[in-house]
Each structure stands twice: as C-alpha cells, then as structure tokens.
Design a protein around this ligand. Structure first.
Ligand SMILES: [Zn+2]
Length: 494
C-alpha cells in the first residue's frame, strides 16, 4: 500500500501536465497567416474589371451573376419592389455556413465590388492559391447576396423605392427586400454573417485626423450589450481583420458604437445566433471612387474566410476588439484656418469648414460645396487644410461679359478671369447641368452665384495678402494662383 501511494504521488504532477497538454490540444493549432503580399496579389489578379466606379447598377451585375461557373450555384431569392431580381450565389461544400450580403443601402456599393472580385478569385485555378481555394471550398459553405437593394442602387440612394431604410425593417419586414434577406438567414442558419455597408467619408478614427477607412462592429444582441459565444466570435474575427488593416492602413480603422438597435439586421442576426460582422467602408484620401477601399474589403474578407476555415480566429482576445479606436465624425473636405473675414467694417479671425455634396447627374455626379461651420474648428480635421494666417477673405465677382456657350470657354480663358478676381461666368441656358472642369463657377443665371463666408454659402472666395490674390477657392476646390494645378474635378453648370 505504502508503495502504491508513493507511486500515485509521483504520478500526480505528470497527470496535471497531461491535462494541461490536452486542454491546449482542444484549441486547433494556428495555421500560418496569409501574408499581405498574398492578399494583395489575389486582388490584383482577380479584381472584376467591369466594375470601376461606385454608381454601377443592377443591370451591370446581372451578367456577372448569371455567368458564374460551375463552382457556384445561383438562386433567385425574389424581386425588389420595382421588379429587379435579387440573387443568391453559393460556393463550397463545407459544414461551416457563412452568409455575406451587401448594399442593403443602395448608395453603399464598395463591398459589392469586392464580392465580385472574390467570386473571380474563387473561380480561379492553377495558380499559387489553389490550396487556399481548396481549403475554403472544403471547410465552408458560403452564400452571398450582393446588392440587397437594387432599386436604391438604380438611383444611388440609401433607401429602397418605397423610401424605407431596409436596415430598420428586420422585424416589420414591410419591404420584400428585407423579407427575403431575413428568409435567407432562416433558411440557411449561418454560423457567420457579414453585413457590408458604406459610411460617410467624414468619419475619423477618434482623436486623429485619419479617416475611418474601414469601420467595424460586432453588433450587440441586447440592450445590456452582453458578450455571449456568438458575439465573441464576431469580435475575434474583427480583431483579425484589424490586424491586417493596421499593417496596410495604420490608424484608419474605427469601431462603431454598439448601442443595440432593435430594428437593424446586424443586431438581430446576432440575436438569432449568427456571429455577425459589420463592415463599413468610409473614406480614404484621393480615392473618390473607393477603389482602394474595395481592395481593402477584398483583403479582409478573404482573410476572414481563411480564419474561419482554419479556426485561426480562436487565437484572438476579445479585449483587443475594445482597443480599436471609436469612430468619430470630425472630418471635413476642406478647412481654411485663421482667415480674416470682414463684417460691419470689422475684421475677425475664423476657421471656415467646407464640405462637398455629390449631385447626381444621370449615372454620374458632380460636386457642390458649401460652408458648413465657422469659428474655432480646432477639434475638426480636413482632408485638405489651408493655413490662411495673414490672409484675408475676399469675395469674388461674376464676369458679366457677353453670354457665351460652355464650348467657347477654355481653361486658359477661365484662369485669366480668375486671376482678375472673377470666380464665375454665366453661359447660355442650354448648358445648365452640363459637366465641366474649368477653374470657375459656370452658371446660367447670375443669381446662381454667391460669394460669402456665412454658413450655407457655396465655397467661392479668394484669399488675399496685401493686394495679391493668393488663392482662389472655387466650389470648395483650392487653387494656388501662383502655381495652379488644373483641371479641377468635375462640376456642373449651375
Ligand atoms: Zn448602410
């Protein structure tokens, strides 16, 4: 007996060690990460060339859906109110179900482009990605619903044709579009869901001037924002995405407020048991058509699918989700800092904050700027900032020469007028709405032009030092009159 007891005591530490080893083994081994080079190379090789700007329509994606190869199966889920087919594509024979849907807001198209890039990638073969594809195909069962709101996309607006926000219709299901998204989840019961959106370009990563190029959220499933196993997985996957993004675009990630919204899809998917990841594509400097942001979407989606297939996401800590900076809304297109403005014969030093608005023209758009804030704007950041210390605000004039047509106006002529203090010219009525890139406001009626520094005014003015016109701001675009960089982005004839 004594001997045996002795033996047990000797064995005990070994047993403990064995238990520890066993519990480690219950977590799958972490597979090697996909490198940034691999993710980028996959995008470059497979991006869909027929989609090159944000305002594509349903008719542009239908052929891309219907021409998919045998790896994909296609199903019509139903129709939008205006009768456009809403499609679902499926890929893979695995047991882990993942649903990805995009553009439930019609003017949020960035991720839709990335989904078509991903389809091309999944259909590729005989390259260095074959084993990755094989893994995804074997482990995952993917379903995609690109462009949930085709009627909104048709006119590039957020809401559907009934003017309902589909992302507030998850419970009521008033709209056929929301109904079929919900039915697609119920039919599939996915373990993971990717809810793909765009956000305003004015969101920044809190406390920094960096745009929140990608914002993320693991939506809450209740008012008290508890973390259960379902939500925990969303957070872990987001930590993996953030890791990739911080390497490519450091500081350009924001985390959305997780207040529970009982009518939204993300929150309800989470509540219904699908680990849901919200991705919001924001802004990035000099990427108005969001083609770089599309690439980022592709890279983090492919990486996330890999992490689901390998279960690599288990390695991430929930705490690292909360480390991601919050989203803030402190960006403007242009801030002119410390400019002297005149009022009642007195001068005041102020900052002027300017934002651009997109004005739809057929399937394209032009930009129209206005002054949106004034005063101490030190807590705001501009995509572009102009230090106007020592410069004075000077209103511009409209050239009242003979009525001319848009065709007769050359860039050279426009620049000559600008240097003489004219910010606008009026042309024949027939030109109204036409696009141009001249360094002047072009209007058909003189009263369409205003130059002032009050909020709501179009951003048209000069900045002068002594008697030299140093800068012109034309429809919100800064022109350095000593070194003008032309042409300007497209404007239309007002
Ligand atoms: Zn949205």
């Amino acid at each position: 007996m004594r001997y045996q007891r002795f033996k047990v005591r000797l064995l005990l530490p070994h047993l403990l060690l064995y238990v520890v080893l066993l519990s480690c083994q219950s977590d799958p081994a972490v597979e090697p990460e996909l490198t940034l080079e691999e993710l980028e190379a996959a995008y470059q090789a497979y991006k869909e060339p027929s989609l090159s700007h944000r305002r594509f329509k349903h008719r542009d994606i239908v052929p891309l859906i219907e021409q998919r190869g045998a790896d994909f199966s296609m199903k019509r889920l139903g129709q939008s109110i205006q009768g456009r087919d809403i499609y679902q594509l499926a890929y893979g024979d695995g047991s882990i179900k993942v649903l990805l849907w995009s553009q439930m807001h019609g003017n949020e198209s960035t991720a839709t482009m990335a989904l078509f890039d991903l389809f091309n990638f999944l259909e590729g073969e005989n390259d260095s990605f074959d084993s990755l594809r094989h893994l995804i195909k074997k482990q995952l069962h993917l379903r995609f619903i690109p462009m949930v709101n085709p009627d909104g996309a048709e006119v590039f607006q957020r809401r559907n044709s009934l003017d309902i926000d589909l992302n507030r219709d998850a419970i009521d299901e008033t709209t056929p579009e929301a109904h079929l998204l919900k039915a697609a989840r119920e039919d599939f019961q996915p373990a993971f869901g990717f809810n793909l959106h765009d956000q305003q370009i004015y969101y920044n990563s809190k406390g920094t001037p960096k745009p929140a190029t990608i914002s993320v959220l693991a939506p809450a499933f209740n008012e008290s924002k508890d973390i259960n196993e379902v939500r925990k997985k969303s957070m872990q996957l987001i930590v993996g995405m953030n890791k990739v993004l911080q390497r490519i675009v450091p500081g350009h990630v924001g985390k959305y407020d997780d207040a529970f919204e009982p009518r939204a899809f993300g929150d309800n998917f989470q509540k219904w048991g699908t680990s849901t990841i919200l991705i919001e594509s924001g802004g990035y400097p000099n990427d108005p058509e969001k083609q770089y942001i599309r690439q980022l979407n592709f890279m983090i989606l492919l990486n996330a699918l890999y992490e689901i297939a390998t279960q690599n996401y288990h390695q991430y800590e929930v705490e690292d989700y909360f480390v991601i900076p919050d989203n803030d809304n402190k960006l403007m297109d242009l801030i002119v800092r410390k400019v002297q403005v005149e009022q009642q014969g007195q001068y005041f030093k102020v900052d002027l904050g300017i934002k651009q608005q997109e004005v739809r023209v057929d399937s394209s758009y032009t930009l129209s700027s206005s002054i949106v804030d004034k005063g101490d704007l030190s807590v705001f950041y501009g995509y572009e900032e102009l230090d106007a210390e020592g410069l004075a605000f000077k209103p511009g004039n409209i050239w009242k020469g003979t009525h001319t047509s848009l065709d007769e106006l050359t860039e050279h002529k426009a620049l000559e007028l600008l240097k003489k203090g004219y910010l606008a010219i009026s042309v024949k009525k027939e030109n109204k709405g036409e696009a141009h890139q001249l360094p002047l406001m072009v209007v058909t009626e003189e009263k369409a032009f205003r130059s002032g520094h009050q909020i709501g005014h179009a951003a048209n003015f000069f900045l002068q030092r002594d008697n030299e016109l140093r800068y012109a701001v034309v429809n919100g675009f800064v022109i350095d009159l000593r070194n003008p960089k032309l042409p300007l982005p497209a404007q239309h004839v007002f």
